[in-house]
Design a protein around this ligand. Structure first.
Ligand code: ADP
Length: 307
């Protein structure tokens, strides 16, 4: 059984349903990835390394992880913090915007739970996945703990996968984000950026430029997502471009990249070749964006993954 560890934050999601009512669910980039990885590859042990509070909302959140089959042994409990929260608003044009209450969330304390025991578990993993959002959530004065951990995982032979998922508002400035991301690139075996992330941060709009830039970091597998345009990958010098069939009725693109990542990583860890893994991941993401919210209904997703 493959053992995957995913580091980051899950938040309470609130969205309007009309009549002033709010629908409550749970989402967050790497949590979404964990959900889709587990749904597509049920035989994997998918562990979520995060922190929540001791409140009942945190209990419900952890129950939701377990209901998705995610292993909660590495979910830590902060004594004085609660989960972060975000709310989705839709304007009269149908444009979505997000308001966040996450600056003091329990997940920000996650590095305080990096004990010798937990490091021991993480080192036994086959894969460790984190994102630029996971990095931004870690308190700046605790980032050294993270980099020491990542070095240890690398030295223990755990495969490291990273999606930059750049969110400008979570960083002091671009320089801070670039410094952190470039440390991540250097230690990662697999890097899965969206082209938007790298164009906002570095101004790259073409795969060639990204490839040139990334060649300095010794990344084994680079997979660049570009919405309905093709996915470009380079693995140990071998280039692949995989065409995407655009979805006609896009409902909500939240989690497109996250679901792609979950299925892609599961497929690659199962020994599926790069091009086939991209096709499977793209089919999953294409289904997810035809449903509202980050987490699509299980049935629809399963039909796509196992037709
Ligand atoms: P992110 O959500 O990280 O910005 P992208 O927008 O690049 O990521 O989307 C990730 C993946 O989702 C794409 O590589 C593609 O497989 C799928 N996808 C996104 N938008 C569409 C679309 N309009 N039609 C079909 N597939 C899409």
């Amino acid at each position: 059984m493959k053992n995957v560890y995913i580091l980051g934050e899950c938040m309470v999601e609130l969205s309007r349903t009309g009549d002033g009512l709010l629908k409550q669910s749970y989402a967050g980039d790497v949590y979404n990835t964990a959900v889709y990885l587990k749904r597509a590859f049920d035989d994997f042990n998918v562990n979520f390394f995060t922190a929540v509070g001791e409140d009942s909302l945190s209990d419900d959140m952890v129950a939701a992880f377990a209901a998705e089959g995610i292993n909660t042994d590495m979910v830590q409990r902060s004594k004085d913090k609660a989960p972060g929260l975000y709310m989705i608003s839709v304007d009269s044009e149908g444009e979505r915007s997000f308001s966040y209450w996450r600056s003091d969330s329990a997940a920000r304390q996650i590095m305080q739970f990096v004990s010798a025991e937990n490091v021991g578990y993480l080192c036994m993993g086959d894969l460790f996945f984190f994102s630029g959002i996971s990095l931004a959530v870690i308190s700046p004065n605790e980032r050294d703990i993270f980099w020491q951990l990542l070095r240890k995982l690398k030295d223990s032979g755990v495969r490291i996968a990273f999606d930059p998922n750049y969110r400008a508002r979570m960083w002091e400035d671009k320089t801070e984000a670039k410094i952190q991301f470039e440390r991540a690139f250097r230690l990662s075996d697999m890097v899965l950026p969206g082209i938007d992330d790298l164009s906002q941060l570095y101004g790259f709009t073409e795969f060639n430029k990204i490839q040139d830039f990334c060649s300095a970091f010794g990344i084994e597998e680079l997979v660049v997502k570009n919405g309905p345009d093709s996915v470009c990958c380079i693995r140990e010098g071998e280039f692949h471009e995989v065409a995407i069939t655009p979805v006609e009725q896009v409902v909500d693109t939240t989690s497109a990249g996250d679901s792609f990542n979950g299925v892609y990583l599961g497929a690659r860890m199962s020994g599926i070749a790069v091009v086939d893994a991209v096709k499977l991941a793209a089919a999953a993401a294409g289904e997810v964006i035809q449903h509202p919210g980050a987490i699509a209904p299980k049935d629809a997703f399963e039909q796509t993954i196992r037709p």
